[in-house]
Design a protein around this ligand. Sequence first.
Ligand SMILES: [Zn+2]
Length: 175
Amino acid sequence: MAIRTIVQDGDPILKKKCRPVTEFNEKLGQLLDDMGETMIAANGLGLAGPQVGMLKRCFVVLDQYLDEDDNEVDEILEFVNPEILETSGKLTIFEGCLSFPGRNGAISRPQYVKVRAQDRYGEWFELEAEDILARAICHENDHLDGVTIMDHAKVFYEDLTPEQIKRLNLDEDYE
Ligand SMILES: [Zn+2]
């Protein structure tokens, strides 16, 4: 495993469309291992292929939950050639991106998603997600089509005055 360099704002690769993954080999496993490690090291909730310079349709997200004994579990979920099958609900909150440090954009995302993807061995699976995990999946999936928070954000937190932040009601102001 190795930590890879995260592509930053201004790199044209972030605007490119990724190609489907066709080879499910050791190299893909290595890439996904590295992406998971890089995401954790950067304290991120997700990381997509283009963010480590690979125009491949794959991403990782961090699923954080409590197990039966109320222990916090951090699980890295891997998605290869993902497709969003269903969405519902809508919530507008600020979200960041490891490629745009210091920028938090107010973005409307579905509250629920159903996604279909392949794992690192090429096996298809379906997953339903809500709230933060649904948001992370949508965010990372956008990266695969060259879409980032810079395209979606209705306003950036950093551009607001303290007075505006106090009065902010994202779901009403930016629907
Ligand atoms: Zn991102």
